[in-house]
Design a protein around this ligand. Structure first.
Ligand code: FES
Length: 185
């Protein structure tokens, strides 16, 4: 049985008793401390569980930029020119020929760098490993294993060029002859 703290005045208690009564508050503090940490642990794990539950209320959606964009009116493009205005923002070149348009993906088919259009040499040149592509997109030098891809090009309702990077066409698969790979105008 634990000793009580009550003590009659002027009564000399045994030394062990005095020692025990001195130790008791520390014991109480330790118990209280363990009590608190126990509750803290329980509350902490409850909070983590609650956060995990709340996370499930929000869908894991990957927001990707739209694959389509409007590229202005056909009259904005010069015949015979490789237009580079959408390379930085969309990684697409738009090329106007005598009879229509095609859009080339500016993604090197070697390792994905962005080639540069060298108008004076009439070719696309990749700065990473030196692959070269003709204005049609066909590869002719460097390690690129295949031509650049073309992407869908059409006319929007308002008469602007409509480019869709979500649909691509590969020359080696015979897809460049698709009606969506070339816009006849
Ligand atoms: S990424 Fe273009 S040549 Fe390597």
């Amino acid at each position: 049985m634990s000793p009580t703290r009550l003590k009659a005045p002027n009564v000399k208690l045994p030394a062990e008793y005095e020692a025990e009564t001195q130790r008791q508050p520390q014991g109480m503090d330790r118990r209280r401390f363990l009590n608190y940490t126990g509750w803290l642990g329980i509350l902490g794990s409850l909070a983590v569980s609650l956060l995990g539950f709340l996370r499930f209320l929000f869908p894991r959606v990957l927001f990707e930029p739209p694959t389509q964009f409007k590229a202005g009116l056909p009259a904005d493009y010069a015949v015979g020119a490789v237009d580079t205005r959408f390379v930085a923002s969309q990684r697409v070149w738009i090329i106007r020929e005598e009879n229509g348009f095609y859009a080339l993906s500016a993604i090197c088919t070697h390792l994905g760098c962005t080639p540069a259009w060298l108008a004076t040499e009439n070719k696309f040149k990749c700065p990473c490993h030196g692959s070269g592509f003709r204005r049609t997109g066909v590869n002719f030098e460097g390690p690129a294993p295949r031509p650049l891809e073309r992407v869908r090009i059409a006319l929007a309702d308002d008469g602007q060029l409509l480019i869709d990077k979500g649909k691509s066409f590969r020359q080696e698969k015979g897809e460049w002859s698709s009606s969506d790979a070339f816009l006849n105008i």
